[in-house]
Ligand binder design. Structure first.
Ligand code: AMP
Length: 483
């Protein structure tokens, strides 16, 4: 969900349908496993088959929920959401799930991704620009308009009918979880920009009948003891209720074009996630191997920038034959600091987060592997710290191509002017970051390392090739942007 124009964010969605089981604690565990996808707010909606209760609050999953609030959330059907922290207004109102009620009936919605046709949708709906507050609110509003009791056919399928009418009008990135009092629904946009997977809970000996789980990433299934069944297909809608699970395809066939965000593989997803059937950690390791083949350099030690640079650093070391070691200690209690609001705050944040292991690196020629450089703020500060700690040389190796274009599909990125590689070539970047050399993995190397023949990816942040038309908020872009 996003407050367009100013912020963009990825989020995490987790839903459970399990008759006979109190599912709120499962949602807590699932959201906790997805905490990396959003640290600004957390929430869940729970239904006992009759009434939906929603609890949502600013903060981390562990601060929003405790044993008391979980025990007050009774029911076998639930939907949870974590929202990414941003530079924009971070208000309770933006926390999810979004809930809308109509008489006694209601629905809840959790969104991961960004819509790209907000202005057109608002216009069509006769709404003032920006009035809906966020794109997730807008989806809820459009659904609510179709979900009126007057339009009800009394068969309890109002949410499904509303979705079939609204979904084809949405453009951009939307992995959605929804529920009404009786059913759980999951939808993946026709490009499948953001991940979403399906798991099965087996029946329990002590009475639970088993059930279904949907989650942004597969580790959230593992943690609640659900079996990974499959990823939802791009353009698929799944409805789960007392009749079981059924799939439908609400989008025109020609819109279905799988384009999973390649940055999920590079940085965003957990290493233990399965995407396109591949474990992310293994793919990151292969990225490092490829990087060593493409851009070798003589050095004494390979280190990774914790956490996301480490698997690629191991791969680099394995392929180059240069020793892998720890060179940086990360404070375990720190969240993702990338979105600190000012440049000074971001520099300060790096020091708080990472500290060099002086004895391990002193006098050595280092290869420092990280997954990406976005603004360059963290990396520049890091290289300075490594030199101050005695590194003889610092060769930066990045396990993805230069990040040159803003994302409109749900990853938080700065405006184009702030993207280092949009303004500088590699030589200038090397000088700016204070490195002895800098090299990036090629796009072919990245896709080859992921290793899923024929799989479609969104590479817009690296290539400017946007799979859909994108909005151009004032000041966000330099030059023209074509879909
Ligand atoms: P910087 O040098 O300031 O561009 O920061 C680069 C670091 O930010 C790398 O270590 C990446 O792992 C990390 N990073 C990349 N994209 C994101 C993102 N969307 N949110 C938070 N951190 C990110």
């Amino acid at each position: 969900m996003a407050q367009w124009g100013t912020v963009k964010e990825a989020c995490g969605v987790f839903g459970v349908y399990a008759p006979g089981t109190a599912v709120a604690p499962l949602v807590f565990d699932g959201l906790f496993a997805l905490q990396h996808r959003g640290q600004e707010s957390a929430g869940m909606a729970v239904s006992d088959g009759d009434t939906i209760t929603v609890v949502k609050e600013m903060g981390l999953v562990t601060s929003v929920f405790d044993a008391r609030s979980l025990s007050s959330l009774q029911g076998h059907l639930a939907l949870g959401h974590v929202r990414y922290s941003t530079t924009g207004p971070s208000t309770w109102h933006n926390a999810q799930p979004v809930y809308r009620a109509h008489g006694r009936a209601g629905f809840a919605l959790g969104h991961n991704g960004n819509l790209t046709n907000v202005a057109a949708l608002e216009d069509e709906a006769g709404m003032l620009p920006g009035v809906s507050g966020s794109d997730s609110d807008l989806i809820a509003e459009l659904l609510a308009r179709e979900f009126s009791p007057e339009g009800s056919e009394g068969d309890g399928n109002d949410l499904e009918r509303a979705l079939l009418s609204v979904l084809p009008r949405l453009e951009g990135a939307f992995s959605l979880g929804l529920m009404d009092e009786r059913r759980l629904v999951a939808v993946r946009d026709p490009n499948g920009f953001r991940p979403l997977c399906l798991g099965r809970l087996d029946p329990e000996e002590e009475g639970g009948e088993g059930g279904w789980v949907v989650a942004s990433e597969s580790p959230a299934l593992d943690i609640v003891g659900a079996r990974f069944v499959r990823e939802l297909a791009p353009g698929e809608m799944v409805v789960i209720d007392a009749d079981g699970l059924r799939s439908s395809w609400p989008f025109a066939a020609e819109r279905v074009d799988p384009r999973l965000c390649v940055f999920e593989f590079v940085y965003f997803a957990r290493p233990d996630s399965l995407l396109y059937g591949r474990q992310v950690h293994a793919a990151r390791h292969r990225m490092g191997e490829r990087l060593a083949e493409e851009s070798p350099v003589e050095a004494d030690l390979v280190i990774g920038v914790p956490d996301s640079g480490v698997p690629a650093a191991e791969g680099f070391a394995a392929r180059s034959g240069i020793r892998f070691g720890q060179g940086l200690v990360k404070n375990r209690y720190i969240g993702r600091t990338f979105i600190a609001p000012t440049q000074e705050a971001r520099i300060e944040a790096v020091r708080r987060k990472l500290n060099p292991l002086r004895e391990s690196i002193e006098g050595l020629r280092l290869i420092v592997v990280d997954d990406s450089v976005v603004r360059g703020t963290t990396t520049r500060q890091l290289i300075k710290m490594l030199r101050e700690a005695g590194a003889a040389e610092v060769h930066l190796r990045i396990s993805s191509p230069p990040f040159r274009w803003p994302c409109f599909y749900g990853i938080d990125t700065p405006v184009r002017d702030d993207l280092l590689a949009a303004r500088m070539d590699v030589e200038e970047i090397t000088r700016h970051l204070g490195a002895d050399s800098v090299a990036y993995l090629s796009l072919d190397g990245l896709i080859g390392a992921i290793g899923v023949p024929g799989a479609g990816f969104c590479t817009a942040c690296l290539t400017g090739d946007y799979p859909t038309a994108v909005p151009a908020p004032a000041g966000a872009l330099v030059g023209t942007l074509t879909p």
